[in-house]
Design a protein. Structure first.
Lengths: 118, 116
């Protein structure tokens, strides 16, 4: 159980392109999903908390107009990197927590999306 | 400032030995603690969760929590080369201190290398 699917797994595109990443909870419902970014040899940094039916909460220093988050249902959240530039190249990972559990339950991670902007 | 501290390593242990990974956290109000394993180029995989003081065992893994010392550790018995990975300590910070949402704060990770 607790499977999170993330798509696509890898994106290579030109500078200025907008890229959409999908995160789905396959066998559970998730009111809250989380988006992380990880640079090489660094730890995961929380970018934003995605809430079903309401606006996402962004961490300090993360541009909300640059990283658009939509959480339209209890099983799907999307992250759109708008007008991506080489410095946005990173490993983006989503996670979700089962709605039926307490807020202390673990987050389950998708497989990540490796974004490379040329 | 919410912080989770880990030694970056690498921690090198021979096959069959016990690997001991340590983590400290800054906030006494934290209630839930997790260890994730991350292979190079992959996303984190949950290994253990622990919520109360003491030890919790699952197969070759034992998590230890000491809330008074704000310390959590992971022991891996009979270490195998396949255990070689980065181990991330993650702490769930309480609702009231996170601006309305429970956040999982990760340490920088400890790289474990198990050599034959």
């Amino acid at each position: 159980g607790a499977v999170v699917s993330q798509h696509p797994s890898r994106v290579i595109c030109k500078s200025g392109t907008s890229v959409k990443i999908e995160c789905r909870s396959l066998d559970f419902q998730a009111t809250t999903m989380f988006w992380y970014r990880q640079f090489p040899k660094k730890s995961l940094m929380l970018m934003a908390t995605s809430n079903e039916g309401s606006k996402a909460t962004y961490e300090q220093g993360v541009e909300k107009d640059k990283f658009l988050i939509n959480h339209a249902s209890l099983t799907l959240s999307t992250l759109t990197v708008t007008s991506a530039h080489p410095e946005d190249s990173s490993f983006y990972i989503c996670s979700a927590r089962d709605l039926t559990g307490s807020s202390n339950q673990p987050q389950h991670f998708g497989d990540g999306t490796r974004l490379s902007i040329l | 400032q919410k912080e989770v501290e880990q030694n970056s390593g690498p921690l090198s242990v021979p096959e069959g030995a016990i690997a001991s990974l340590n983590c400290t956290y800054s906030d006494r109000g934290s209630q839930s603690f997790f260890w994730y394993r991350q292979y190079s180029g992959k996303s984190p995989e949950l290994i253990m969760s622990i919520y109360s003081n003491g030890d919790k065992e699952d197969g070759r893994f034992t998590a230890q929590l000491n809330k008074a010392s704000q310390y959590v550790s992971l022991l891996i018995r009979d270490s195998q080369p396949s255990d070689s990975a980065t181990y991330l300590c993650a702490v769930n910070f309480p609702l009231t201190l996170s601006g309305g949402y429970n956040k999982l704060i990760f340490g920088a990770g400890t790289r474990l290398a198990v050599h034959p």
